[in-house]
Ligand binder design. Structure first.
Ligand code: FE
Ligand code: FE
Ligand code: ZN
Length: 281
């Protein structure tokens, strides 16, 4: 099976160009921000530009693309204004994704800012359950977090609780970020099987729709979120070899959010991971 893998790509020059950029580094998918990750503005879609991306995706047999919500989107905030922005941006993004060849929308569940994770989960569900709809084409993904500050989604139990309370659980899934997992205290380097079994028990591997592959600049269980190039951090390249060749993860799309000097450098990481997967068939 061909590995589905791609980097995070800028859509500043349009969707067609983003598709070309992905192809230029040997990718067959990519992740993009739905809007400025720190702000809120959105450009109107250009149908020709979107059609150009569709053609590239067909020509290069792309797997599913992953859209990433802005970091400022915090559904669990104690401030109504912040939750209003989250509600509006989430809804707008979901609507726009219906027009794009992208079926996965990843967001950080949020930070409960001292209200407690139970209240945080309640606030997140309030927005998910009022803004999602039955016929939507997009699967919304909760990203597993490192557990810095008051982040919600720091363990599989919290992710399961959100999905369990969702009005449309069939449209909700999970994105596992290797850096976040390791920082949260899930030992994917020493016991990948155990972590995946735990996830399967609590959430279900069928709910795992995407993975972010990042090494970590900080030690195990540091609850920090500092991405590193694969093989140059505390997780190590062996773990990434095990991940892209693990039978339980076969067919899942992988996305790189590693810090690179130049965009073209993603080609090296992608090639390495493709080589791993070829050599274990
Ligand atoms: Fe993220
Ligand atoms: Fe991530
Ligand atoms: Zn991160």
């Amino acid at each position: 099976m061909t590995l589905t893998i791609g980097p995070h790509v800028s859509i500043a020059r349009g969707y067609t160009q983003a598709g070309k950029d992905a192809v230029s580094v040997g990718a067959n998918t990519f992740q993009f921000f739905t809007r400025n990750p720190r702000g809120g503005s959105v450009k109107a879609l250009d149908p020709k530009d979107v059609e150009g991306l569709r053609q590239i995706m067909t020509a290069h047999a792309f797997g599913p693309l992953l859209a990433h919500a802005p970091y400022t989107l915090n559904m669990a905030s104690a401030t109504e204004k912040t939750r209003d922005f989250a509600r509006q941006a989430f809804r707008e993004d979901l609507k726009r994704l219906e027009q794009l060849p992208c079926s996965l929308y990843n967001f950080h569940p949020g930070s409960h800012v001292g209200q407690g994770s139970e209240t945080g989960i309640h606030l997140i569900l309030d927005i998910l359950n009022s803004q999602m709809w039955e016929e939507q084409q997009t699967t919304v993904l909760l990203e597993a977090m490192a557990g810095k500050g008051s982040e919600v989604g720091r363990n599989f139990g919290e992710l399961a609780a959100i999905i369990g309370g969702a009005r449309f659980p069939e449209h909700v899934g999970v994105c596992l970020d290797t850096c976040h997992l390791f920082s949260a205290g899930y030992d994917i380097a020493g016991d990948l099987d155990g972590v995946l079994e735990d996830f399967d028990r609590q959430v279900g591997l069928d709910k795992l729709k995407a993975l972010h592959l990042n090494d970590s600049m900080t030690p195990f269980e540091s609850h920090k979120d500092r991405h590193e190039k694969l093989g140059q951090g505390s997780i190590g390249m062996e773990a990434f070899q095990a991940i892209v060749t693990h039978p339980a993860l076969a067919g899942k799309p992988f996305f790189l959010e590693t810090p690179q000097k130049a965009f073209g450098d993603y080609a090296l990481e992608i090639q390495k991971l493709r080589d791993f997967s070829k050599n274990t068939v």
